[in-house]
Structure formats: C-alpha cells, structure tokens
Design a protein around this ligand. Structure first.
Ligand code: FES
Length: 130
C-alpha cells in the first residue's frame, strides 16, 4: 500500500512541478496564486511532425502563442508571463512528432495527451498579429 501511495505522490509531484498549470484542470482553486506561470494555450489539437538535425539546439514553444509552431518565436515574453521555451538538442538526425497541444507529459514530444477530452473539447483561440 505504501509503495502505491509513494508512486502516486511521486507521479503527482513530477507532473505538478513540470506543468503547474495542470492544477487548474484537476482542482478548482479558490484563489489564483500570482506566482503560478500563465497557462498555455492549445496551438494545435494534434502533434506536429518535424525533421530534427542532430546536435542543433531547438526551442519548443511551451506557451502556445508562437506563430512558428511547434517552435518558439518569443511570443511568451508578452503573452505568457512565467512560461519559457523548452530548449533541447537531439543527439542525431531524426523525424519527431512534437506536441502541439502543450499539455504533453513528455515535452517536447507528443505523448497522446491531445486525445483527452479537455483537449478535444477545447476552443482554439484565434491567432492574431498583436
Ligand atoms: S499534441 Fe500534445 S500530447 Fe499530442
């Protein structure tokens, strides 16, 4: 029993630390803490297939506001306070499916989270140039 509780707590802590905005999906807070980062917007309800070059540094958009999805264009600086891009360097040339919904538990890669109801039923905000 304690092993199961320990693993459950470990998964919760890991998920919460990596994606603190997920708390708003599983619990209705009575007050919004000003220290929580902005919640990402869903850029796409499907993953985006990209060809990656081994050894090259990429910045995966975590806020969903970038117009260069799935990569960062700096939009987080004005539209998503507290969120920063995830930088990663693939070891070798590869083709990958990067998350477009921004709620993956294995960033920057799609893990199938986009198939969950809260993504499928979400409205995608209209992209503007402002
Ligand atoms: S597109 Fe985000 S988990 Fe698949």
């Amino acid at each position: 029993m304690s092993i199961i509780m320990s693993e459950t707590i470990s998964i919760w802590v890991t998920t919460t630390l990596r994606q603190p905005w997920i708390l708003s999906k599983i619990a209705a807070p009575k007050a919004q803490l000003s220290t929580l980062p902005s919640e990402p917007v869903i850029a796409s309800k499907k993953p985006l297939k990209v060809d990656l070059v081994g050894g090259k540094r990429y910045s995966w958009c975590t806020c969903g506001h970038s117009k260069k999805q799935p990569f960062c264009d700096g939009a987080h600086k004005t539209k998503a306070e507290g969120l920063v891009p995830l930088r990663f360097v693939p070891e070798q040339d590869s083709t990958a499916w990067l998350c477009g919904c921004k709620y993956t538990n294995n960033p920057p890669y799609c893990d199938g989270t986009h198939k969950q109801d809260f993504i499928k039923s979400a409205q995608i905000p209209e992209q503007t140039n402002s």
